[in-house]
Design a protein around this ligand. Structure first.
Ligand code: NAI
Ligand code: MG
Length: 357
């Protein structure tokens, strides 16, 4: 029996609806694979902020430090500015725990029709490797002369050699286990200092991996290629902002933002890694019980993989794909009318009753 201590943060909006389904599926696979989860719930959210003036307590990061992993829903809700909620919870965790890799698979599953015609399942299968600690998401900057005609805002982008090299090395290492191809997202024609530096570090890293094929595109045409040629990609490495935007586009190309999982990884395992869907708290559908829980459930599979439970991880992925391929149990974002809970229960049942360990 393996045992893991997992910190659970449902957060806001549909986070509170999809996380319970993720836990339901993880419990089901745990029973099948002799994995015992010690869940510890942290009720940190925008409501916490409204009650206490903080998204997490002053010692919040210390409370999380000893866990094997963090399982997160989403943060952000009307009533609290989005930069306050994101910088109060998600970004401090990603930074304090050196989760510098944001790994976001983009895979067309069986049973899902891509809005891009002519692609069968399997033909779209790549990973976005997003830099998760620096880049465009920096606190360097400020505002001057507020509320006057002269008012201004300055925001600095910060790229370090260490930050670029470690994310690129991760991308190349990952490509070696896949199809051996890395694409870099750049904009070195328009962004005159940081992006040429990014390109330099990319070609320097490529020299250490002669067996890996490389290419690079400016972010504008790369976005077009995501739509017109999604089969071109294997591993796409991108800065914090570019990777964020590309991940929602990738999710749309393979059917729904409600399907897209992600892992915030500290590859050195000095700190816990965090697993969460790509999507946010979806206030427009929160409380209706119709959010797609599959992104959250698949993020749970990524957590199992990180914990070394690859058999259980594969069982979860097989089960969610089987439900999509062989039933009409699906939420409205995929054209169905099933509830969040109904989908979670179907996947958990598939694991308990059908999948062979
Ligand atoms: P969002 O991802 O929450 O929603 C975008 C659209 O996709 C909405 O129409 C929503 O209904 C739909 N959607 C998202 N997840 C879905 C699911 N599982 N099933 C079905 N439909 C789904 O992005 P938005 O609207 O930009 O942000 C809403 C809030 O979430 C904001 O406060 C934002 O700051 C926060 N946010 C938090 C993230 C995180 O915690 N990692 C990531 C993105 C946004
Ligand atoms: Mg995003």
């Amino acid at each position: 029996m393996s045992r893991y201590k997992i910190a659970v943060i449902e957060g806001d909006g549909i986070g509170r609806e999809v996380v319970p389904e993720g836990l339901r599926v993880l419990e089901a696979v745990g029973r099948r694979y002799q994995i015992d989860f010690d869940w510890r719930h942290f009720d940190w959210s925008c409501q916490t902020y409204l009650n206490t003036g903080r998204m997490i307590p002053a010692d919040g990061l210390d409370q999380l430090r000893g866990f094997d992993a963090i399982y997160l829903g989403a943060v952000g809700y009307p009533g609290v500015p989005d930069h306050v909620s994101l910088w109060g919870l998600l970004i401090p965790i990603r930074r304090a725990f050196q989760q510098y890799v944001n790994l976001r698979p983009v895979r067309l599953l069986r049973g899902i029709e891509s809005p891009i015609k002519g692609y069968p399942p399997g033909q779209i299968d790549f990973c976005i490797v997003r830099e998760n600690n620096e880049g465009e998401y920096s606190e360097v900057g400020g505002r001057l002369y507020r509320q006057t005609e002269a008012e201004l805002a300055v925001q600095e982008t910060v790229f370090t050699r260490r930050g670029c090299d470690r994310i690129m090395r991760f991308a190349f290492d990952l490509a070696r286990t896949r199809k051996g191809h890395v694409t870099s997202a750049t904009k070195s024609n328009g962004i005159i200092h940081t992006m040429p530096f990014w390109d330099e570090r990319f070609s320097a890293m490529a020299k250490h991996f002669p067996e890996v094929r490389t290419d690079q595109y400016h972010i504008d045409i790369l976005s077009a290629h995501f739509v017109q040629h999604p089969d071109w990609f294997d591993v796409v490495v991108a800065s914090n902002l570019f990777g964020d935007i590309l991940s929602d586009l990738g999710a749309a190309v393979v059917g729904s933002i409600g399907l897209a999982p992600s892992a915030n990884l500290n590859p050195e395992r000095q700190y816990p890694s965090m697993f969460e869907p790509v999507h946010g708290s979806a206030p427009d559908i929160a409380g209706k019980g119709i959010a797609n829980p599959i992104a959250q459930i698949w993020s749970g599979a990524m957590m199992l993989q990180h914990l070394g439970e690859s058999g259980a991880a594969q069982a979860v992925e097989r089960a969610l794909e089987a439900i999509l391929a062989s039933s009409d149990v699906r939420t409205p974002d995929l054209g169905g009318n099933a509830s969040t809970r109904h989908v979670g229960e179907a996947i958990a049942r598939e694991i308990s009753e059908v999948a062979e360990p």
